[in-house]
Design a protein around this ligand. Structure first.
Ligand code: FES
Length: 124
């Protein structure tokens, strides 16, 4: 099981997604996660890159309980990472990480690495 890692956030995490660095103690490598909140105010953490075509989710929007990528409009459920738009889904999910708030700190436990975005013929 992955350890909890501190995420470097400089203020409260709101509804709009932010991308923040993680301290990786063991290998001194820095990684990033996307943090946001659902309509209900629940904190969520995901990979910061869209699994559709590998674009950054910097300008993604939270719509209800899903994260919508600004590039082609694919949407991913924030609790599972499952693609919920386009309708009928897609076979690649967005990695969702465990996240918790400890006082004013945010910590994540990274999910297993996802395979790189696939090249799907016929998928716009
Ligand atoms: S890169 Fe995100 S929907 Fe295409």
């Amino acid at each position: 099981m992955q350890p909890w890692r501190r995420v470097e956030v400089t203020g409260p995490v709101g509804r709009g997604p932010i991308i923040a660095a993680i301290d990786r103690v063991r290998d001194d490598e820095r990684a990033r996660v996307l943090l946001c909140r659902t309509d209900a105010g629940e904190l969520q953490a995901t990979d910061p890159v869209c699994p559709h075509m590998g674009q950054p989710l910097t300008d993604a929007e939270v719509v209800s309980d899903a994260l919508v990528c600004s590039h082609h409009g694919y949407a991913f459920a924030l609790d599972s990472g499952v693609c919920v738009q386009p309708l009928g889904g897609w076979d690649t999910s967005l990695a969702v990480h465990e996240v918790r708030e400890v006082g004013d700190r945010v910590e994540v436990r990274l999910a297993a690495p996802q395979p790189p975005p696939a090249q799907h013929e016929g998928v716009p």
